[in-house]
Write a protein that binds this ligand. Structure first.
Ligand code: ZN
Length: 82
């Protein structure tokens, strides 16, 4: 096996610079502690919005920070009354 050959292609995505517009982020509900996937649109920039928990249906305030390359930098979930 020739590992040098493989190394040339490792590490970086083939489509360099291309970030998928929709990214799945795992978040935790601040009310019931359940973890579920949130789909974030990275092309829209920083976002703050309410979304009901998929499990307990209470409104969660999400604060999403988008990095310069359109990738999700951080997702914060908070209670409505925080
Ligand atoms: Zn919940």
């Amino acid at each position: 096996m020739d590992f040098r050959q493989q190394k040339r292609y490792g590490g970086r995505p083939i489509l360099s610079g291309a970030v998928p517009l929709q990214q799945e982020c795992w978040v935790t509900c601040p009310y019931c502690g359940e973890t579920f996937a949130l789909v974030v649109d990275g092309s829209a920039g920083d976002q703050r919005y309410y979304e009901d928990c998929e499990v307990c249906c209470r409104p969660i305030l999400f604060h999403i920070v988008i990095g310069g390359d359109g990738s999700v930098e951080s997702v914060t979930s908070r209670r409505e009354d925080d």
